[in-house]
Write a protein that binds this ligand. Structure first.
Ligand code: MG
Length: 418
C-alpha cells in the first residue's frame, strides 16, 4: 500500500522571519503582501488578535489591540531559500520528496518502517536545521495526507503528526469534519453539496460515485475515491514542465512617463530572461501588458501585445522585442499602475550554434553566462542592461523588509563576540 506524507510549514513566512530575528519569537507577527498591502501570513499570536488572512493592514493597524503586532514586508528571496533548506533536509532523509508549494512537500513513505516515528523525527530535524516549525499528515492517498496535516495543525495534542492510515481513525474524523476542509473542495463546491444535505466528509463518501460524477464531474469523483483510500494522484518525481515564466508587478509609484514605464518593464524582461536561463530554457513567445489602476478613479486603460520570436534566452534579444511591443501598448496621459512580461513556448536551450540563426548564438550564450556569473557573485542587478535605468521608482513599497540573510553576503546575520 502506498503511504504519503505531507509536511507543511506553520505560518511559513513568519517562521522564516523569526529564524533570524529571535526578538520576534513569541510576539504577534504578520507578513504583508507586495506594497505592504494585506496580511498574508500570521503567527498564532496574531491570529488570536483577530487579524484575518488578506486583511488590509492599514485597517487592522487602527484597532487598539493590534498596536503591539509586529509586521514585515514580504521577503521572497528569504522565503524561497528557506524552502530550499526545508527540501534539502527532507531529501536527505526520505527516498522521494515532491514540492507542492513554497512550504508544502509530499513525501513518499511507502514501505518505510515505523512511519509515525520517522515523521516526528523529520519534523524535529526540519525545525532544528531549517528553523521551520511544521506539521505532518500521513495517509494512503495525497488527499488523506493533506487532511491529516490540517488535523495535526488544529489539534495541539497530536504533537504535530496525524496518522490517518487506519480506516477506523478516518471514520471517526470523517463524521466530525466538514467537507469544506478537504483539499480540492472549494467553497462553491461545498455550498453545492450543502444544498444536497451533504455536510460532513462521512456524508460525502457515502454517495454513489456516479452521483458525485454527475454533480461535481470527474474531479469530484477523484476526491471521493481518494478519501475512500484509493490513490488516484500518484507521486510525481519531476515537477510538471513550466508552461511559462511571468514577471509582473504593480508599481510602488505610478509610471507617468514613457521613460518610467520603459525602465520598469525592461527590468521585468531582464528578470524573466534570468529565470529562463536558470532553468536552461529558451522562449519562443513573448507578451507584454500594462494597465492603469482600476480602483483609484483613474480612467481605465489596458493594453497588451504578443509576438512569436526566434527561440532565445538572450536578455538583449528579449529586451529589444519587449520594448517594441511595449511601445505599441504605450499611450501618453495615463498613470500606469501595473505591467508585466510573459514568456511562453518554452523549450530546452540548444547547446550548439544554430545553422540558420539570425544572431550569433554562441557569442550570445557566452555573454549571458558571463552576465549571470557576475550577478550570482555580486548580487542580482549588479550588471544589467542600461534600459532598466537607475531610479527604479517602480519598485514596490516595502517599508519593513528584513535582510536577505541567506542569499546576500552583505546581508548575512553578524554575530558579535563580547
Ligand atoms: Mg503552511
Amino acid at each position: 500500500m502506498a503511504v504519503f506524507g505531507l509536511i507543511d510549514g506553520n505560518s511559513f513566512y513568519c517562521a522564516a522571519e523569526r529564524a533570524f530575528a529571535p526578538e520576534l519569537r513569541g510576539v504577534p507577527l504578520v507578513v504583508l503582501s507586495n506594497n505592504d498591502g494585506c496580511a498574508i501570513a500570521r503567527t498564532a499570536e496574531a491570529k488570536a488578535m483577530g487579524i484575518k488572512m488578506g486583511e488590509p493592514w492599514h485597517l487592522a493597524q487602527r484597532r487598539a489591540e493590534c498596536k503591539a503586532v509586529e509586521w514585515r514586508s514580504s521577503n521572497y528571496p528569504l522565503y524561497g531559500d528557506m524552502s530550499r533548506r526545508m527540501y534539502e533536509v527532507l531529501a536527505a532523509r526520505v527516498p522521494q520528496v515532491e514540492p507542492y508549494s513554497i512550504d508544502e512537500m509530499f513525501l513518499d513513505l511507502t514501505g518505510l518502517p515505523d512511519v509515525e516515528r520517522l515523521c516526528h523525527r523529520l519534523r524535529d530535524e526540519v525545525r532544528r536545521i531549517a528553523k521551520i516549525p511544521t506539521c505532518v499528515g500521513i495517509g494512503p492517498t495525497k488527499t488523506i495526507a493533506k487532511l491529516a496535516n490540517r488535523i495535526a495543525k488544529d489539534d495541539v495534542a497530536l504533537n504535530g503528526v496525524c496518522d490517518l492510515r487506519g480506516e477506523a481513525d478516518r471514520t471517526r474524523y470523517y463524521a466530525e469534519l466538514s467537507i469544506s476542509r478537504v483539499w480540492g473542495i472549494g467553497s462553491k463546491t461545498a455550498a453545492t453539496l450543502q444544498n444536497l444535505g451533504i455536510v460532513s466528509i462521512a456524508d460525502f463518501i457515502k454517495l454513489a460515485p456516479e452521483q458525485v460524477r454527475d454533480v461535481l464531474t470527474v474531479t469530484g469523483a477523484r476526491v471521493q475515491a481518494e478519501l475512500r483510500g484509493q490513490s488516484c494522484l500518484p507521486f510525481t518525481l519531476m515537477p510538471p514542465p513550466r508552461q511559462g515564466i511571468a514577471v509582473t508587478r504593480s508599481f510602488g509609484q505610478m509610471a507617468n512617463t514613457w521613460g518610467q514605464l520603459r525602465e520598469a518593464v525592461a527590468a521585468f524582461a531582464t528578470r524573466a530572461a534570468e529565470k529562463l536561463r536558470a532553468e536552461g530554457l529558451e522562449a519562443g513567445h513573448l507578451s507584454v501588458f500594462a494597465h492603469t489602476n482600476p480602483h483609484n478613479g483613474d480612467p481605465w486603460y489596458s493594453a497588451s501585445r504578443a509576438a512569436q520570436i526566434e527561440p532565445t534566452s538572450d536578455t538583449l534579444a528579449l529586451l529589444s522585442e519587449t520594448m517594441r511591443l511595449l511601445h505599441a501598448c504605450w499611450r501618453p496621459g495615463h498613470r500606469y499602475f501595473k505591467a508585466g512580461v510573459m514568456l511562453a513556448n518554452l523549450t530546452p536551450a540548444r547547446q550548439q550554434g544554430q545553422m540558420f540563426a539570425t544572431r550569433d548564438t554562441v557569442k550570445s550564450a557566452r555573454a549571458m553566462a558571463a552576465l549571470d556569473a557576475v550577478n550570482a557573485r555580486f548580487g542580482r542587478g549588479m550588471l544589467r542592461p542600461a534600459a532598466t535605468g537607475t531610479a527604479m521608482a517602480w519598485k514596490s513599497r516595502q517599508a519593513q523588509h528584513s535582510p536577505r540573510y541567506t542569499t546576500r553576503a552583505e546581508e548575512m546575520l553578524v554575530a558579535t563576540a563580547f
